[in-house]
Design a protein around this ligand. Structure first.
Ligand code: NAD
Length: 261
């Protein structure tokens, strides 16, 4: 299927590793020009080299999305390359911990990482999408929006907030050719997962391998996802072809969620 995104400009944040990186390379392979943003210049430049080697087009912008000034600069630099038609909003997960130990400052910091940058990016990019009557907005969340995960209270809380924002926005702009969706990855083999499982093994006093085995035993697919499996769904959701798909929280989780919907 031709996704219809060749030549379109995509902004992918949190692109230096893991799921964001896989999405950036997939969009580039489909012919989109990608602007990749994250904090690590070295990793971003390596990614740009990789994309260019594969015949794609990419541009790196180093930015910490928790800093409003960086966000402003990111948007200005990205828009100087052309109209941004596809936005993939992604950053890292907040630190683990139980809800009962959550402090207001922790919630603030998690909102600065997961929610505020996404609202800021939309504020800056939406007017252009509206004037062109085309746009694709996709935020990476987590399967935790359907089934909160123990000891990830900040993630559970802020992903739900972002999902509520996305759903509200989706209805407001649906008639303007703009779709807004969220993608909740299940357990996916990235650096982030290694961090989560190290914490889990430590807090339960079990070996790391046992923590992984415990989890995969609960996934009907019998394994974790590869970042590419998440990226393939993301690329479709960001594509011109997904024109009647909006306001959805799509879970890509190997059957892990037990709920009916
Ligand atoms: P990751 O930690 O490997 O990668 C996160 C990316 O975001 C990196 O490029 C990092 O540099 C960037 N980033 C982090 N903080 C940033 C900041 N302040 N400014 C700019 N860039 C920043 O994570 P991942 O495994 O690829 O997951 C992506 C998202 O999906 C995360 O929010 C994660 O919590 C969530 N998620 C992951 C899984 C999984 O199993 N991997 C499952 C559910 C949800």
């Amino acid at each position: 299927m031709d996704l219809g995104i060749a030549g379109k400009l995509a902004l992918v944040t949190g692109a230096s590793q893991g799921i964001g990186r896989a999405i950036a390379t997939t969009l580039a392979r489909e012919g989109a020009k990608v602007v990749v943003a994250a904090r690590s210049a070295e990793k971003l430049h390596e990614l740009v080299r990789q994309i260019e080697q594969d015949g794609g087009e990419a541009h790196a912008i180093v930015a910490d999305l928790t800093r409003p000034h960086d966000l402003e600069r990111l948007v200005m630099e990205a828009q100087s390359l052309g109209p941004i038609e596809l936005l993939l909003g992604n950053t890292g997960g907040p630190r683990p911990g139980a809800a009962q130990h959550m402090k207001v400052q922790d919630v603030q910091a998690a909102a600065e990482l997961l929610l505020y940058p996404m609202v800021g990016l939309v504020g800056a990019l939406l007017p252009g999408m509206q004037s062109r009557r085309f746009g694709r907005i996709l935020f990476i969340t987590s399967l935790a929006v359907r089934e909160p995960i123990e000891n990830l209270a900040l993630s559970n809380t802020l992903r739900a907030a972002l999902t509520g924002y996305a759903k509200t926005l989706a209805r407001e702009v649906a008639a303007q050719g703009i779709t807004v969706n969220t993608l909740g990855p299940g357990y996916t083999l990235t650096e982030r997962v290694e961090e989560v499982f190290a914490f889990r093994a430590q807090s339960q006093g079990i070996p790391l391998e046992a923590a992984y085995a415990q989890q995969t035993a609960q996934i009907p697919a019998g394994r974790m996802a590869s970042p590419q499996e998440i990226a393939d769904v993301a690329a479709f959701l960001l594509s011109a072809r997904a024109s009647y798909l909006t306001g959805q929280a799509i879970m890509v989780e190997g059957g892990a969620i037990r709920g009916l919907v």
